[in-house]
Design a protein around this ligand. Structure first.
Ligand code: ADP
Ligand code: 5GP
Length: 187
């Protein structure tokens, strides 16, 4: 496949706690040229999360406005909060030929499949259900009832794996980051 025929838009999805943020952070440390879209969310920041870096942390009213103005490429409600991808920045980077990565949930991935079918959808799967529970619980960022909601969503997300173009199993962060870079045509 010639380099310019490679898909430039990649969507990474997978259940909460599978390791998406960890893999993406590892990948970008070595390849900062990959552009990761910064989503808007109504969720409150976790310790260490910065506005404009990890997310744009917005109010419900601000999210309403972004949706009404058509500013979001896709958006979804996930485990009690809303999340969405600002459209303009994604299109600008794609037009500039920059490899673009979206880290979004299943509902968002389905919307991108509809609106930008040229994008490739990559599913990040856990080595096992038990390991997913261990990672989500071990992260220690959510109270038990939120973990429960996220595990419920995880069952639906895992069942949707066949909808994706590729599946990567997150056993080793280094291996998965390398595989993802290869899929994006970066290495
Ligand atoms: P997500 O972004 O998918 O919700 P995170 O990146 O926050 O998941 O990872 C959830 C937890 O799992 C974190 O504590 C992270 O350190 C850990 N983790 C991620 N990848 C691996 C891996 N390959 N092996 C073991 N632990 C991992
Ligand atoms: P978290 O609260 O753990 O950061 O994210 C929860 C879920 O929301 C994850 O599955 C994450 O991929 C997803 N998510 C983050 N940003 C977006 C977005 O812009 N759109 C959609 N649809 N999902 C998102």
């Amino acid at each position: 496949m010639p380099p310019d025929a490679r898909p430039r838009l990649t969507v990474l999805s997978g259940p909460s706690g599978v390791g998406k943020s960890t893999v993406v952070a590892h990948m970008r440390k070595e390849h900062p040229e990959v552009w990761l879209s910064v989503s808007a969310t109504t969720r409150k920041p976790r310790p260490g999360e910065e506005h404009g870096v990890h997310y744009f942390f917005v109010t419900d009213e601000e999210m309403d406005k972004m949706i009404a103005n058509g500013e979001l490429l896709e958006w979804a409600e996930f485990a009690g909060n809303r999340y969405g991808t600002p459209r303009a920045a994604v299109l600008e980077h794609l037009e500039a030929g920059v490899p673009v990565l979206l880290e979004i949930d299943l509902q968002g991935a389905r919307q991108v499949r509809e609106s930008m079918p040229e994008g490739q959808l990559v599913f990040l799967a856990p080595p096992s259900w038990e390991e997913l529970v261990r990672r989500l619980t071990g992260r220690g960022t959510e109270p038990p009832e939120v973990i429960e909601r996220r595990l419920q969503a995880a069952r639906t997300e895992l069942a949707a794996e066949p909808e994706f173009d590729r599946t990567l199993v997150n056993t080793s962060v280094e291996d998965v980051a390398r595989e993802l870079l290869a899929l994006m045509g970066v290495v």
